[in-house]
Design a protein around this ligand. Structure first.
Ligand SMILES: [Zn+2]
Length: 315
């Protein structure tokens, strides 16, 4: 599927499953999905703000017409759950760490970003990324049912498997697999044609999560960001990580700083992926591991963004 013919909005993937696809225009433009049973639907993720989520729910109501009784959140980043409050009456399901993790980056953070003084290098980049969204009225609405490793939901007599694969992109990463129709909702384990960014997690765990997806043999994958894909999207992500990890290692062994490394690594075959400056996040993660620091060592998003803004100018 080329970028030009990328379908947007609610896209039917199989008899009972849909992806809700948004055009990837950078930070926050995420995808979601729905699996439909005889009398109810399961929603996978909401969107970054209330108007976008409302628009999605309207389209689901119009085209699917079944009440959403369960909502699964693939992880605790705002672009995957800040619309939760609009799915009234649904049981919300997510990983056990969701509640304690979600408060680390509250919606108020967007106000802080919008009022960053312009002498901060990332200010312009972040303000531009935030501009299309309306963060008003968001009330953090977390899971009411949590699990640790794996949970099976029954939709009529069909299984929907929720598998915790974090900490990879975040500590709460969950993939959702609908085996009967071989459809997989990857959350941000997969960024398609778009440079991945990670928060709490390790290279090993992210690669293991990708391998786990391959073992499930899905035919259609809804990535957290970017267009629909098959397993080629999984394989390319794995190759990207192995490439950046080995390049970062080479830089680390030459005693280059993280900033020097991020600036010098050639994006190679991934130069066409959007948001190439996110290599900063991936090099920072590699350096954290080379230095033996914990997987959840706090990441300062403004500092990371400042470096990204710098790299954007270099490239
Ligand atoms: Zn996301």
């Amino acid at each position: 599927m080329g970028e030009m013919d990328q379908k947007l909005g609610l896209v039917k993937l199989s008899e009972r499953s849909y992806g809700y696809m948004q055009k990837d225009e950078g930070l926050g433009w995420s995808n979601a999905g729905v699996i439909v049973g005889a009398d109810e639907a399961i929603l996978i993720d909401t969107l970054f703000d209330l108007p976008l989520t409302r628009k999605m729910l309207d389209e689901i109501a119009r085209r699917v017409g079944k009440p959403i009784k369960r909502l699964v959140n693939t992880h605790h980043n705002g672009d995957h759950f800040w619309g939760n409050q609009l799915v009234t009456g649904a049981e919300i399901i997510g990983h056990r760490l969701f509640r304690s993790e979600m408060i680390k980056m509250p919606p108020e953070m967007t106000q802080i970003i919008r009022s960053l003084p312009s002498d901060i290098p990332a200010a312009e980049m972040l303000k531009k990324a935030m501009a299309p969204f309306d963060f008003s009225g968001i009330k953090l609405t977390p899971p009411t049912l949590v699990f640790d490793h794996q949970l099976t939901l029954y939709l009529d007599d069909r299984e929907v498997e929720l598998i915790h694969v974090g900490p990879a992109h975040t500590s709460t990463d969950v993939i959702v697999f609908f085996p009967e129709e071989k459809v997989l909702y990857a959350g941000d384990i997969i960024f398609r044609l778009c440079t991945p960014i990670g928060w709490e997690g390790t290279y090993d765990n992210w690669i293991a999560a990708l391998n786990r997806i391959l073992k499930l043999r899905p035919e259609k994958i809804v990535p957290g960001h970017g267009p629909l894909c098959g397993i080629e999207g999984v394989v390319e992500m794995r190759e990207y990580f192995m490439y950046v990890h080995s390049e970062a290692k080479r830089c680390f062994e030459r005693e280059m700083t993280m900033t020097e490394a991020a600036k010098s690594i050639d994006p190679g075959p991934y130069a066409n992926w959007t948001e190439p400056e996110r290599i900063v996040s991936n090099v920072a993660r590699a350096y954290r591991e080379f230095r033996g620091e914990p997987y959840d060592a706090p990441v300062d998003p403004i500092e990371l963004a400042n470096l990204m803004a710098e790299i954007r100018q270099v490239r």
